[in-house]
Design a protein. Structure first.
Length: 423
């Protein structure tokens, strides 16, 4: 029987870790510029509700497909190999680039005065350490990401406690403000959406989850709900504590200084580093599983679908580590993040569409009522896609073209090999 060592707590921690990244430490000011006053709190809450159908799509499919890969597996079941390859390839390339960007940003923050060469070497060393920990097995990895998630949440939870006290206190008298939505709320919603995405990594390790039919839905929806509640509280606290929130460069840390003094300020500031480390490690664990899912059944050469006894796709991890280290030596962090929004769009869109198709077919106990979830989820993916920049669209097109070329070349080699074996 296959070992499934990841329990609900670790899976929930993976989801929360995926959502609560570095962005939340800076997003409150960005939201305040687009939706002043309590409007930014409303945007956070409304965006979380808008993402709920997407999370439900992942939950419904995740409880029925218990193998690694998430959207790669769903697209293959619904649409076949080409669709599965496209969503998996773009997601994988984006995840590799984002892992490199986060690792580069983390080392840059830790070594601000070092030369570019030194920072590059330090980033490569950090990526190597993270890959080495991931290579020890899924059990050790689960403990590591759970610990890092707890460490990053502790200062935020402490800030939230102070925030609740502030929010329960009577507000100072002020002139009444007009509370009216504006066109900039859509831009604010896109910012909030990217701060809340990340729950989709939960089903990526489904092949190693204990009681997946129960744990995956709870962790997927639960991580989004927990992060949304935390974000709403923190955003409201920032508004009350910082009159000049829109101009703040470190809103959570500054709010912590107002509410809890220097100690809480230092704890929240340090949380940025721990959060980046947690995201970088989780990406090193989950990213190779997109590649191994693409290669499942020998679809890609080099045995990239092989899984060790400790639950690690070792060859896919080695390839991922090499690509991350290579990217760390070239390109800016902004360029490395260029694919992220389009990759999320493809994941959400393909997952929702996969649910609709599979529900129409009645596969794995799905019924037409499950397809109802796909409609609002597809709408969210469309809105997300409308916010993508031209640079992101070009990066996505280039990634797709490269993937198709590589797929065609691999297909030709496989055909030639089969012909040689027959002769």
């Amino acid at each position: 029987m296959k070992l499934r060592p990841v329990g609900l707590v670790s899976l929930l921690a993976l989801g929360v870790n995926g959502i609560v990244g570095v962005g939340i430490f800076f997003v409150p000011a960005d939201l305040a510029r687009r939706a002043p006053g309590m409007g930014s709190v409303v945007v956070f809450g409304a965006t979380a509700l808008a993402l709920s159908p997407v999370a439900f799509c992942y939950a419904v499919l995740g409880r029925r497909y218990h193998t690694d890969g998430g959207p790669v597996v769903y697209a293959r079941a619904a649409f076949g190999e080409l669709a599965s390859f496209l969503v998996g390839w773009v997601t994988y390339v984006s995840a590799v680039a984002s892992a490199a960007a986060v690792t580069s940003g983390l080392t840059g923050a830790l070594l601000p005065s070092a030369s570019a060469g030194v920072r590059g070497l330090a980033a490569a060393a950090l990526a190597s350490v993270l890959a080495a920990v991931a290579a020890t097995g899924i059990v050790v990895s689960a403990r590591a990401w759970t610990t890092l998630t707890a460490l990053k949440l502790l200062p935020l939870a402490a800030l939230a406690v102070f925030a609740v006290g502030l929010l329960l206190a009577p507000a100072p008298a002020a002139a009444p403000a007009l509370f009216r939505p504006s066109a900039s709320w859509l831009a604010a919603g896109l910012v909030a959406m990217f701060a809340l995405q990340g729950f989709e990594i939960v089903p990526v390790i489904a092949g190693h989850v204990r009681s997946p039919a129960r744990a995956i839905p709870v962790a997927t929806i639960g991580s989004l709900a927990l992060a949304a509640v935390l974000y709403v509280i923190l955003q409201a606290a920032c508004i009350r504590a910082l009159p000049g929130l829109a101009a703040s460069r470190a809103p959570l840390a500054e709010t912590a200084a107002v509410l809890g003094g220097p100690l809480l300020f230092r704890a929240v500031a340090a949380g940025t580093t721990v959060s980046a480390l947690g995201i970088a490690f989780a990406m090193m664990v989950t990213t190779p599983r997109y590649l191994s899912a693409l290669a499942e059944g020998g679809r890609v050469a080099l045995g990239l679908d092989s899984m060790s006894a400790r639950g690690v796709p070792s060859r896919a991890l080695l390839v991922t580590w090499a690509l991350v280290v290579l990217l760390l030596q070239s390109g800016s962090r902004a360029e490395l993040f260029a694919l992220s929004s389009v990759a999320v769009l493809m994941q959400y869109g393909f997952t929702a569409a996969s649910l609709a198709v599979l529900a129409r077919r009645g596969e794995r106990g799905l019924s037409p009522r499950h397809a109802v979830l796909a409609l609002p989820a597809l709408a969210v993916a469309f809105v997300l896609g409308a916010g993508a920049s031209r640079r992101e669209a070009v990066a996505a097109a280039a990634a797709v073209l490269l993937g198709l070329v590589l797929r065609r070349a691999a297909g030709r080699r496989a055909a030639a090999r089969r012909a040689e074996e027959r002769s």
